[in-house]
Design a protein around this ligand. Structure first.
Ligand SMILES: C[S@@+](CC[C@H](N)C(=O)[O-])C[C@H]1O[C@@H](n2cnc3c(N)ncnc32)[C@H](O)[C@@H]1O
Length: 283
């Protein structure tokens, strides 16, 4: 598919999923990789690889945020699995290949993993994973996260009375604040006690710092502007009665020695360029 044909099918925000997949493919090639995603290269395809090359040429992607985030969420999801959760929902799943690459438990019953994203994005994905087998029961649900996905989810076998692990990775930055709250409220309504909610969100300082100005400008220029950030990430869900733990990417990366020195824990500039990882549980 040419870039022009793809543009007609997948919108600018959707194509960020291909960029992220290209980052995961590059990470998988590293000797000191934080995770292995053998599906990422096919999912990124030439389009995603070209996007990553352009980002590097412009001096962007200086910190391995996506890579550390992927590892962080893998770890949290497998923890939730070990605690007995057998129901996973990926909101704005993009090219997330966790259904295919993680070792999901099959007892006492199979893990069921639901993926929600816009139709062209999920179509791109299924075209490239046609011959691959998921390691769980995978259900793809095309649709907009502002639409009536809860009805589609429940209609596809999702059980609101069972604990769920929800993943909202790389999405909140692209939607308006009111939509962020609406989305989290719907997640809350569908979550039984014992559910987990995992997400990332940028801090406001990231929007406003000179360090990240080139990235902010580049995302706006390509039609996927950053819209939402907060310096109180836990409050997004503690306001709904959840308990939340907030982790800084630099702190999670520190044991792996994969974060640039100038942004490492304790260094002055770390405040400038931060997203937050949030792991919340419903009591
Ligand atoms: C940066 S990608 C992240 C994808 C995936 N979560 C990951 O981390 O690999 C952003 C994703 O959000 C999806 N997205 C953005 N707005 C959406 C909406 N309103 N409805 C459904 N998906 C949306 C895009 O299609 C895209 O796949």
């Amino acid at each position: 598919m040419t870039e022009a044909e793809n543009d007609a099918a997948i919108d600018a925000v959707g194509s960020t999923a291909l960029l992220v997949a290209a980052m995961r493919a590059a990470e998988t090639d590293r000797a000191d990789r934080l995770f292995s995603d053998p599906f990422a290269r096919a999912l990124a395809d030439e389009e995603g690889a070209a996007m990553l090359a352009r980002a590097h040429a412009r001096g962007l992607h200086k910190v391995p945020l996506v890579e550390v985030r992927t590892r962080y969420l893998d770890d949290r999801l497998l923890e939730a699995s070990r605690a007995g959760v057998r129901q996973i929902v990926l909101l704005a799943a993009g090219m997330d290949a966790r259904a295919y690459r993680l070792d999901w438990p099959t007892t006492p019953g199979p893990t069921r993993l639901y993926e929600i994203d816009r139709e062209p994005v999920l179509a791109w994905k299924s075209a490239r994973l046609q011959t691959s087998l998921p390691r769980c029961v995978r259900v793809a649900l095309p649709g907009d996260i502002a639409g009536d996905w809860p009805t589609a989810l429940v209609g596809s076998g999702f059980r609101p009375e069972e604990p769920t692990a929800w993943v909202v990775e790389g999405l909140l930055v692209y939607i308006e604040e009111a939509d962020v709250h609406a989305l989290l409220a719907r997640v809350n309504e569908l979550s039984a006690p014992g559910s987990h909610l995992l997400f990332d969100v940028p801090g406001r300082a990231l929007f406003e710092s000179t360090t990240s100005a080139p990235a902010v400008a580049a995302m706006a220029a390509r039609g996927s502007p950053w819209r939402f950030g907060t310096d109180a990430p836990a409050e997004l869900v503690t306001a709904l009665g959840w308990t939340a733990t907030v982790t800084l990417p630099a702190d999670y990366a520190a044991p792996f020695e994969r974060w640039p020195q100038s942004s490492s824990p304790g260094a002055a500039p770390r405040k400038l360029a931060h997203s937050f990882f949030v792991a919340a549980t419903k009591g």
